[in-house]
Design a protein around this ligand. Structure first.
Ligand code: IDP
Ligand code: MG
Length: 159
C-alpha cells in the first residue's frame, strides 16, 4: 500500500459585503448561514456605515460607468456588513454562492437569485479574483481585525 500524501489545500480569503438592503430587510442571518453551512470560515466581520470616499475607492473600477453615482448612493445609504471569509478556493466558490450580478439572471439557489430582483439592489458583494480580494480586504479591515483561528470540524470539511 502506498503512503498517503496529504493534499495541499489552496486556502483563500475573500472580501464579502452584505450591501445595505441586507440589514434593512433583516436578511443578514439567512445570508450568513449560506456561507457557514457550506463550511466556510468567517475570519472578520463588522457592520459599517460606508462613507463616500470609501465607496468610490472600493468601486473605483466602475467610476466611468453610467450607474456609478447610483451605486455609491446605494452602498452609502445605510449600514453594510463587511466580512472576510476563508476557505479552499473561497474566491470563486463564493462568487458561485452569490450568483450573477443581475439577480434576474442569477440561478435560484444563489443568494442573488433567491433574495434580490434589481441589479441596483443585488444585496451582496464578493471579490471576483485574488487580486481584488488583496485590494479590497485592507480597505475595510486593519490586520488586527482579522482573526486567525482554527475550526474544530476542519477535518470533516477537508479531506
Ligand atoms: P459584481 O458585484 O457582480 O462584481 P460588478 O460588475 O463589479 O458586479 O458591478 C458592481 C456593482 O455595480 C453590482 O453588484 C451592482 O450593484 C452594480 N451594477 C453593475 N452593473 C449595473 C448596471 O448595469 N446597473 C445598475 N447597477 C449596476
Ligand atoms: Mg465586481
Amino acid at each position: 500500500m502506498g503512503q498517503r500524501v496529504s493534499v495541499e489545500i489552496m486556502m483563500e480569503e475573500s472580501f464579502v459585503m452584505m450591501k445595505p438592503d441586507a440589514p434593512q430587510r433583516r436578511l443578514m442571518g439567512k445570508i450568513l448561514s449560506r456561507f457557514e453551512e457550506k463550511g466556510l470560515q468567517i475570519i472578520a466581520m463588522k457592520l459599517i456605515q460606508i462613507d463616500e470616499g470609501l465607496a468610490k475607492e472600493h468601486y473605483g473600477e466602475h467610476k466611468d460607468k453610467p450607474f456609478f453615482n447610483d451605486l455609491v448612493s446605494y452602498i452609502t445609504s445605510s449600514p453594510a456588513l463587511a466580512m472576510v471569509i476563508k476557505g479552499e478556493d473561497a474566491i470563486s466558490l463564493i462568487r458561485k454562492i452569490v450568483g450573477a450580478t443581475n439577480p434576474k439572471e442569477a440561478d435560484l439557489g444563489t443568494i442573488r437569485g433567491d433574495f434580490a430582483i434589481d441589479m441596483g439592489r443585488n444585496i451582496i458583494h464578493a471579490s471576483d479574483a485574488p487580486e481584488s480580494a488583496k485590494r479590497e480586504i485592507p480597505l475595510f479591515f486593519d490586520k488586527d481585525e482579522i482573526c486567525d483561528y482554527d475550526l474544530v470540524d476542519n477535518s470533516w470539511i477537508y479531506e
